[in-house]
Design a protein around this ligand. Structure first.
Ligand code: BGC
Length: 463
């Protein structure tokens, strides 16, 4: 390590590795935003969105249910068999919408969805349904996991808000989501009724509760980040009094926090790198917390830090590899590959990973070590920030004081599950925050099939 890289790393670690005081500021900031979101009506950029789901499964439910999971990349329609005792079996039809479908007329898009539903019911999972259900003489209940903003007004009612993730469907904004589905099903002669709409985090929490009924948080740490938890209905002031009074005292409702859009400069330790990335994004000032830590952004943050090292002659001999100066050209996947590859021939592997860039001079082992260390610092901050969301949700529910029982978190998402050492780093950050005794009680468990199983369970609970 040269003297310059030493100095740069000291500066980077000081800015990126968060102190206890900085973490405390973030956790407090989140708690304040929970409070504010609980009383602010869910319009526009809403947070703390009520799901109208007031029950978690017990794990004993049985039967076959339909679910639909639409995210940024794939549409999955599933027949979910709840086998009891926390066991499930899923049969699915999966398709990726084309760019034309994502940006075309809403009707065409919903017709395309209805075709996939028909394919599942009449072909792929035909044997799981009764002849009446296959023929359309008996109604099938469908749970929809919609990973886009919805102004939800009931368990199966909600208005479509602006969709992100590459979707710009025409004539859908402001429309009732259930109505759009039902019209398409009718056009295809399908007897399917939408019985629940849910965010992917609510799906994760419900799906995990099926295998562990004591789950109290559902957290997605993937391309994006977000979390759900049960809140006492009496605390959800944004629901009008008449609605709140309908629920028996003490009832809890699952809330989609949309924690991804939390965060202001007042409490997030935004660095020059964060600010530079935000400025170059097509939605600046939006999702500040998510931009510091989720899979969509870690690669770009790392690239920007590396550019700084290059400019200071501390990496690649001070020469920018051709293509490396292109924004968003360094995906988070490359960081995973660098961090994972601890033992193999580092030089060969770097060339393989960074093959798309053109280097004047082959990178040295020193370059590889420096780039990998930058990845480690950027991803460690990401783990610390993830632990802040968990800590704030534990505090919001008073889980540490309530009992001595384990605190169960259903975790889902590629960044958490597949980024090397991410699980350990989140655990370490929680241990540093809570101390060994309490952090030993926090169980971060992988929640499988949140969208499909969660959708099916809510469809069942709701119908
Ligand atoms: C979306 C959330 C979603 C999260 C995880 C965020 O970007 O706004 O609605 O739950 O990603 O998929």
């Amino acid at each position: 390590m040269t003297e310059t890289s030493d100095i740069l790393f000291r500066k980077l670690e000081k800015e990126f590795l968060l102190s206890r005081d900085q973490l405390a500021l973030i956790v407090d900031g989140f708690l304040d935003e929970f409070k504010l979101g609980l009383k602010t009506p869910s319009k526009g950029l809403a947070t703390m969105i009520p799901s109208f789901v007031t029950q978690l499964p017990t794990g004993n439910e049985t039967g076959t249910f339909l679910s639909l999971d639409l995210g940024g990349t794939n549409l999955r329609i599933s027949a979910v068999q709840l086998l009891g005792d926390g066991h499930v079996k899923v049969l699915e039809v999966k398709h990726a919408p084309s760019k034309e479908l994502k940006t075309g007329p809403g009707d065409v898009f919903f017709d395309w969805i209805a075709d996939a539903v028909e394919e599942l019911i009449t072909v792929k999972a035909r044997h799981l349904f009764s002849p009446e259900q296959v023929a359309g003489d008996a109604t099938l209940a469908l749970g929809v996991c919609w990973s886009f903003p919805v102004d939800q007004t009931g368990v199966n009612r909600g208005t479509i808000l602006r969709m992100g993730k590459g979707f710009t469907l025409q004539d859908t904004e402001g429309q009732d989501l259930a109505h759009m589905f039902h019209e398409a099903f009718e056009r295809k002669g399908l007897n399917v009724k939408l019985s629940a709409i849910l965010n992917d985090t609510v799906g994760t929490l419900v799906a995990h509760a099926y295998s562990n009924p004591r789950s109290r948080i559902g957290l997605i740490f993937a391309t994006g980040v977000n979390a759900a938890y049960p809140e006492k209905v009496e605390n959800i002031i944004k629901l009008d009094k008449e609605t709140r009074d309908k629920y028996p005292a003490g009832t809890e409702m699952l809330l989609n926090t949309e924690i991804d859009i939390f965060g202001t400069e007042a409490y997030l330790p935004l660095t020059d790198i964060d600010l530079a990335m935000d400025k170059s994004h097509n939605q600046p000032k939006f999702q500040l917390y998510e931009k510091m830590m989720s899979g969509a952004y870690l690669g770009e943050l790392t690239r920007l830090v590396a550019m700084d090292f290059i400019k200071n002659d501390a990496l690649f001999n001070g020469q920018v590899p051709e293509g490396f100066d292109e924004e968003w050209s360094f995906p988070t996947m490359y960081m995973s590959a660098l961090e994972r590859d601890m033992t193999a021939n580092r030089q060969v592997s770097l060339e393989k990973i960074l093959g798309k860039y053109h280097f004047e001079q082959t990178p040295s082992l020193q370059d590889i070590a420096i780039l990998t260390r930058i990845c480690r610092i950027v991803s460690t901050r990401s783990a610390q920030l993830c632990s802040c969301a968990i800590a704030a949700l534990i505090q919001q529910q008073g889980l540490v004081q309530k009992s001595n029982a384990d605190i169960i978190v259903g975790m889902n998402g590629s960044t958490y599950e597949f980024y090397p050492f991410m699980e350990e780093r989140v655990h370490r950050a929680l241990r540093e925050w809570f101390g060994v005794e309490i952090s030993d009680r926090i169980r971060l468990e992988i929640a499988h099939e949140g969208g499909s199983v969660g959708g099916a369970l809510i469809a069942m609970l709701a119908s």
